[in-house]
Design a protein around this ligand. Structure first.
Ligand code: FRU
Length: 512
C-alpha cells in the first residue's frame, strides 16, 4: 500500500508540474486544495523560518476518506502554496488523525541536534483494528520530530505520549502551544462532549490539568472535535481574552458540521467561559467551514485561521475529481466588544489582496433597482465589497449575485426585515450528488444596525466566502455550477438598495 501511495502521489505531483494542472472543472483557483485525492482537516499549522506550514488529513489512494496521512504544503505569503511530499504515514499504531505542530525553540524535548529548531508534531493515532474490534481505547496521542523545517519526520520511539487508559471513545485532535507564564506546553484535546487540557515541560510526559464543557455547555448535538485555545486582544483595549474553538459534528444548526467558540479566561490549567453555559456561538454560518484552527508562532500577535471548506454531510460525494475538498481562505481573527458581548471578528488576511487585478467596477452613491449589472470578472474568482445605506433603501432584500448564461446563480445578501445576512446556493448548479447539500438558504443571526450594511465577498470557482458587518459575520458555502459563475450583479428585491460604495476586483489564480 505504501509503495502504491507514493507512486500515485508522485504521479499527481508530476502531472501538476508538467501540465500546469489545477485547471479542472470546479478546481479552486485561490484556495488551497491537494493536487489529487482526499483531504479533510488542516493540521500542524505553524509558522517557522518564514514559512506557513499547512499539513492536512490526507488519503492519497482515493477521493474518499481512508487511512489518514498528513499531507503537506508550505507558503511564504499565505496566498501561493507549494505542495510537498506526504509528511506522516500510518503505521502499526494506527492512522494519523488531526493534530498540531510547534517550533521547540528552547529544545524542551531534547530533540535538537544542530542549529536548526526542531518542529514537533502532535497528533492522534487512530487504531482501526481496535475500532473494528469494538474497543473504545483506539485513539491516543503521539509526537514526531522534524529537524529539517518540516521536510522529513521521525516518529518518537516511545509513543503514545498520552495513552488512553480510561478508554475514552473520542479522544483526539491535540492542539499544542507554549504557555509562557506557566513555562509549560499546554495541549487541548477533544474528548466526546468536552475539552481536556494537559500540561507538559517536554512534550513527552503529560498531566491532566483541566477540563471544559460537558453536559449543558455550548452545542452538544454532536461530538466535539478539533479544539484550539489562544489569547486575543480585545480591539481598542489592553484586555486579553482567551478563545476556545470547538468543532462539532454532526448536529450543526445548518446541518452536519460547524465550529462553535467560547470566549473567556485561561489560568494555565483550565479554560472558563464568560458566557452562560447555554449560549452558543458559531464561527461561521455557512455550511462549509469545519475543523478550522489557527497558525501558531506567527509574529506580531496575529491569529490566522484556516478551515476545511466542506461538511461531513456530503464531503465525500461532491462532484470533483481527481481531488476532493479545499481549505477556506486564511482569515485574521480579532475580538470586539459589541452589544452582544465580546465576540470574534474575522477579516480576509490582508495578503489575499495581492491577487487583485485592475478593478472591474467602482461605484459610489448609486441605486440598485431589481438588478444592477456589475460586469464580468472574466474568470469566476472575484472580490467584491459593498456598502449599502439602509436609511435610503426600501428593498426587502439585496445582495450580490454571481451567475452564468444557464441561469445558475449564487447569491449572498441581506434580508432587511430579519436584519440578517444569507447565502443562497439553491440555484447554483449541481446538487444531485447528495440530498443533504441543499437545505434552503443559510442565515446568520440578526445584526444590530439601522444605518449601513457592509459585505465583503470572495468568489472562487466553487465557493463563496462572505465576511460582513465589519467582521462580526462570516458565511462560507461551496457550489458546483455547470459553467462558471462570472457574471456579477447587485440584486434588490421589491425596492431599491442604495449603494454608498461598491468595488470589485478579478482575482488571479494562485496556481498559474
Ligand atoms: C474532524 C475529524 C477529526 C479527526 C479527523 C479524521 O473532521 O473527524 O476529529 O481527527 O477528522 O480524519
Amino acid at each position: 500500500m505504501r509503495r502504491q501511495a507514493i507512486a500515485i502521489t508522485l504521479l499527481s505531483f508530476l502531472t501538476v508540474g508538467i501540465f500546469g494542472q489545477y485547471s479542472e472543472k470546479y478546481r479552486p483557483q485561490i484556495h488551497f486544495s491537494p493536487p489529487a485525492n482526499w483531504m479533510n482537516d488542516p493540521n500542524g499549522m505553524v509558522y517557522h523560518n518564514c514559512e506557513y506550514h499547512l499539513f492536512y488529513q490526507y488519503y492519497p489512494n482515493d477521493t474518499v476518506w481512508g487511512p489518514m496521512h498528513w499531507g503537506h504544503a508550505v507558503s511564504r505569503d499565505l496566498v501561493r502554496w507549494k505542495n510537498l511530499p506526504i509528511a506522516l504515514e500510518p503505521d502499526k499504531l494506527g492512522y494519523i488523525f488531526s493534530g498540531s505542530a510547534v517550533a521547540d525553540k528552547n529544545n524542551s524535548a531534547g530533540f535538537k541536534n544542530s542549529s536548526n529548531t526542531p518542529l514537533i508534531a502532535m497528533f492522534t493515532y487512530h487504531d482501526p483494528e481496535g475500532d473494528k474490534a469494538g474497543r473504545t481505547d483506539y485513539q491516543y496521542q503521539a509526537i514526531a520530530v522534524s529537524r529539517d523545517d518540516g521536510r522529513t519526520w521521525s516518529k518518537f520511539d516511545k509513543n503514545p505520549v498520552i495513552p488512553n487508559p480510561e478508554k475514552l471513545r473520542d479522544f483526539r485532535d491535540p492542539k499544542v502551544f507554549w504557555h509562557e507564564p506557566a513555562k509549560r506546553w499546554i495541549v487541548s484535546l477533544a474528548v466526546g462532549d468536552h475539552i481536556r487540557f494537559y500540561e507538559s515541560a517536554d512534550m513527552k510526559t503529560w498531566t491532566l490539568a483541566g477540563r471544559f464543557g460537558g453536559e449543558g455547555v455550548g452545542a452538544q448535538t454532536g461530538v466535539w472535535e478539533c479544539p484550539d485555545l489562544f489569547p486575543l486582544k480585545v480591539e481598542g483595549t489592553n484586555e486579553t481574552k482567551w478563545v476556545l474553538l470547538v468543532s462539532i459534528n454532526p448536529g450543526a444548526p445548518m446541518g452536519g458540521s460547524a465550529t462553535q467558540y467560547f470566549v473567556g479566561s485561561f489560568d494555565g490549567k483550565t479554560f472558563r467561559s464568560d458566557d452562560p453555559p447555554d449560549r452558543i456561538r458559531w464561527l461561521d454560518h455557512g455550511r462549509d467551514n469545519y475543523a478550522g484552527v489557527t497558525w501558531g508562532n506567527v509574529p506580531n500577535g496575529r491569529r490566522i485561521f484556516l478551515g476545511w471548506m466542506s461538511n461531513w454531510e456530503y464531503a465525500q460525494k461532491v462532484p470533483t475529481a481527481p481531488w476532493r475538498s479545499a481549505m477556506t481562505l486564511p482569515r485574521d481573527l480579532g475580538l470586539r466588544k459589541t452589544s452582544e458581548g465580546i465576540g470574534i471578528v474575522q477579516k480576509f488576511s490582508p495578503e489575499t489582496a495581492a491577487l487583485r487585478s485592475a478593478e472591474f467596477f467602482n461605484l459610489k452613491n448609486k441605486n440598485a433597482d431589481s438588478k444592477l449589472p456589475l460586469g464580468k470578472a472574466g474568470e469566476p474568482m472575484a472580490e467584491i465589497t459593498v456598502e449599502i445605506d439602509l436609511t435610503k433603501s426600501s428593498a426587502g432584500e439585496f445582495g450580490i449575485e454571481a451567475a452564468n448564461a444557464k441561469g445558475e446563480k449564487m447569491v449572498v445578501g441581506f434580508e432587511a426585515a430579519g436584519k440578517r445576512f444569507f447565502t443562497d446556493r439553491i440555484s447554483a448548479g449541481d446538487s444531485s450528488f447528495s440530498k443533504d447539500f441543499i437545505k434552503g438558504r443559510h442565515y446568520a443571526p440578526r445584526i444590530n444596525t439601522d444605518s449601513t450594511v457592509k459585505l465583503h465577498v470572495i468568489f472562487d470557482a466553487a465557493s463563496v466566502e462572505l465576511i460582513a458587518d465589519d467582521g462580526t459575520v462570516a458565511m462560507t458555502d461551496t457550489f458546483f455550477p455547470s459553467e462558471t459563475l462570472n457574471d456579477f450583479s447587485l440584486v434588490a428585491a421589491a425596492g431599491n438598495a442604495r449603494i454608498v460604495k461598491a468595488r470589485g476586483w478579478p482575482l488571479r489564480s494562485i496556481w498559474k
